[in-house]
Design a protein around this ligand. Structure first.
Ligand code: DC
Length: 218
């Protein structure tokens, strides 16, 4: 039986995670947060004091690491048996992930780990290259974006609400830098698949985005 796949790609901070989780829940499908795989690898490299620019060293870690995902209401991730959930969402982790994600061999090694999530009754896969590289044959594809300024404002609000210090100008710069890294890398850059539905969420509510995505499938 073929497993239906919905891919949701887009730049960092566009709301892919929230939308993907909500849609997966509504449909009762499995959920792949592919960014968390790159983030976990970055955490492993930092723990082992391997230089993020050392491609061979990063590939060795990727080959050796074991990851366990518990996709309940909150995603819990274990790296080599250790719960790394708390470090997963840090800005520094995302920035480190964007550096190691540029290596073609790293992407190749992580490919199968992502494909393994394709299980019945269906999969919602969130990332940068889900519709272009990992699941090019997916039946449903979305490219979800928002302006850099809007994405920075949302991130700023999230951080402040969690009681963290945050600086809007710095976050905007980091988002623009991450966009540049994701779009300019040679292997599997962030790009919209030809057959994807384009959604700019800058002026949309979360519920409106979720509804538009669910309507694509129903
Ligand atoms: O979606 P995220 O912010 O968790 O992703 C963190 C970084 O991981 C992102 O800046 C680039 C990399 N990434 C990737 O290269 N390909 C993916 N499919 C998902 C994430």
């Amino acid at each position: 039986m073929t497993v239906p796949v919905l891919t949701i790609d887009g730049p960092s901070g566009a709301g892919k995670g929230t939308v993907s989780r909500a849609v997966a829940k509504k449909l009762g499908w499995n959920y792949l947060d592919s960014g968390s795989i790159y983030r976990s690898l970055a955490i492993a490299a930092l723990k082992q004091h391997v230089d993020l620019e050392n491609e061979v060293g990063i590939v060795d870690i990727a080959l050796a690491m074991t990851l366990e995902f518990d996709c309940g209401d909150e995603l819990v991730v274990k790296l080599n048996g250790e719960d790394i959930t708390a470090q997963l969402g840090l800005e520094s982790t995302g920035n480190a992930a964007a550096i190691i994600a540029a290596f073609p061999e790293v992407r190749r090694v992580l490919l199968q780990k992502q494909k393994d999530f394709k299980l019945l009754p269906g999969l919602v896969a969130d990332g940068r290259d889900m519709g272009t590289v990992v699941f090019p044959d997916a039946e449903y594809k979305v490219f979800l974006t928002a302006s850099a300024v809007e994405r920075a404002k949302r991130r700023y609000k999230q951080l402040i609400e969690k009681g963290n210090d945050a600086n809007l100008a710095q976050i905007t710069n980091e988002i623009e830098e991450r966009d540049r890294r994701d779009m300019e890398r040679k292997t599997a850059p962030l790009a919209m698949a030809n057959d994807a539905l384009y959604i700019d969420s800058s002026d949309m509510t979360l519920d409106a985005v979720i509804e538009e995505v669910v309507n694509l499938i129903r």
